[in-house]
Design a protein around this ligand. Structure first.
Ligand SMILES: C[S@@+](CC[C@H](N)C(=O)[O-])C[C@H]1O[C@@H](n2cnc3c(N)ncnc32)[C@H](O)[C@@H]1O
Length: 299
C-alpha cells in the first residue's frame, strides 16, 4: 500500500504525545492511512496502537500498511466518539484526533469529496442515512444557506443556496461536478478567481454537515479525557475555526487554572512551521492542542 496522505505536524505530535509508561496503549482516533500510528509504533517498541476510522476503506488501507507490526496494531471501524463510549480495552495513555478527511478522500475516490471530479455527490464516511445529494436536494433554502455559512464560513452562502434551489427544481443534483459548476455561477465574477475554487467552502460545509463532524467532536470531548489513563494525553489537530473553538473551550473548562484537574499543555495552539506548509499545503490551517490528565485524578 502506497500512502497518499502526508501526516500533518508529525514532529509536534511526537513531541507532545509522549506516553508516561513503558508499554502504553495509544488510540489513533482518526486512523486514515495510519501515518501517525506508524510513527508511534516505531518510536515505542512496547506500545500497542488501536486505530479507529469511520471509513472502512481507510481502516483497510491502514491495516495493509501496518500489517508488519502484528498484534501491536489493531484497526476498528466506527465513529470514535461512539467507540470510546463503549470502550472495554485498557485506559489509553494517548488519544490522537487528526480531524477531517484524508488526501486519499479528495483524490477522486468515487464519493464526491472533490469538486474537481465527476463523482456521485455522497461524502459519507460512515453508514449514516443522508448523503450530500440528499441535503442539497431537500434542505429548505434558508437551512441550506445556514449550513454553507456556518460550516463553510462562506460569505456568499445566501446567493449559493438560492442558485442551488433554482437549479434543483425538476433536476436534482446527483454529481459533484455539476454542483461545483452551479456554485461557481452563484459567485460574483470578481470573487471567482481567488486562491480557492468557488466551490471549496460549500463542499467543506456539506461534508461537515453530512458527517455531523462538529457534534461528534463535542461528544468525543465529553468522553475521551475521562477515559485517559492517569498521566495520559489527548491531542487534537483541527482544520476549521469552529472545531478549534470547540476544542479550546472544552480544554479550558478542564484546565487546572479554571478549577479543573487537567493541564493544558498548549496555551496557544501549535501550528505547522513554514517549511511544512510549503511541503504539505493542506497542513496550512492545522491547529494542535493537547491536555494531560494528572497522575492523581479524582473522578
Ligand atoms: C486527516 S485523516 C487522518 C490521517 C492520519 N492521521 C494519517 O496521518 O495518516 C482523518 C481520518 O479520520 C477519519 N475520521 C474523521 N473523523 C472521524 C471520527 N469522528 N471518527 C472516526 N473517524 C473519523 C476520516 O475518515 C479520515 O480517514
Amino acid at each position: 500500500m502506497i500512502p497518499v496522505h502526508v501526516s500533518v505536524m508529525p514532529t509536534q505530535v511526537m513531541d507532545y504525545l509522549v506516553p508516561q509508561v513503558d508499554s502504553p496503549l495509544i488510540v489513533d482516533g482518526t486512523l486514515g492511512e495510519g501515518g501517525h500510528s506508524s510513527r508511534f509504533l516505531e518510536a515505542y517498541p512496547k506500545a500497542r496502537v488501536i486505530g479507529i476510522d469511520a471509513d472502512s476503506v481507510m481502516a483497510g488501507r491502514a491495516s495493509e500498511r501496518l500489517v508488519s507490526w502484528g498484534n501491536r496494531f489493531q484497526a476498528k471501524i466506527g465513529w470514535t466518539d461512539e467507540v470510546l463510549q463503549t470502550w472495554t480495552e485498557d485506559a489509553p495513555d494517548i488519544i490522537l484526533m487528526d480531524l477531517g478527511i484524508s488526501i486519499y478522500h479528495y483524490e477522486g475516490r468515487g464519493r464526491g469529496f472533490s469538486f474537481r471530479s465527476d463523482e456521485p455527490l455522497d461524502m459519507r464516511l460512515g453508514d449514516q442515512d443522508q448523503s450530500a445529494a440528499d441535503l442539497v436536494n431537500t434542505l429548505p433554502e434558508q437551512e441550506l444557506a445556514d449550513v454553507i455559512y456556518k460550516y463553510g464560513e462562506e460569505r456568499f452562502s445566501r446567493r449559493i443556496a438560492r442558485r442551488i434551489v433554482e437549479e434543483r427544481r425538476g433536476n436534482p443534483f446527483e454529481d459533484a461536478a455539476r454542483l461545483a459548476a452551479v456554485v461557481a455561477t452563484a459567485y460574483p465574477a470578481k470573487a471567482r478567481h481567488g486562491r480557492l475554487h468557488a466551490a471549496t467552502r460549500t463542499f467543506q460545509a456539506l461534508r461537515i454537515a453530512v458527517n455531523g463532524e462538529l457534534d461528534r467532536l463535542e461528544s468525543l470531548l465529553k468522553t475521551a479525557p475521562q477515559l485517559l489513563a492517569p498521566g495520559g494525553r489527548l491531542g487534537i489537530i483541527s482544520f476549521h475555526s469552529l472545531e478549534d473553538r470547540i476544542v479550546k473551550h472544552a480544554f479550558r473548562g478542564m484546565d487546572k487554572r479554571f478549577g479543573g484537574q487537567f493541564e493544558v499543555l498548549t496555551r496557544k495552539p501549535l501550528v505547522p512551521d513554514e517549511e511544512e506548509c510549503r511541503q504539505n499545503p493542506p497542513s496550512r490551517s492545522a491547529k494542535f492542542r493537547v491536555i494531560e490528565k494528572p497522575l492523581e485524578f479524582s473522578s
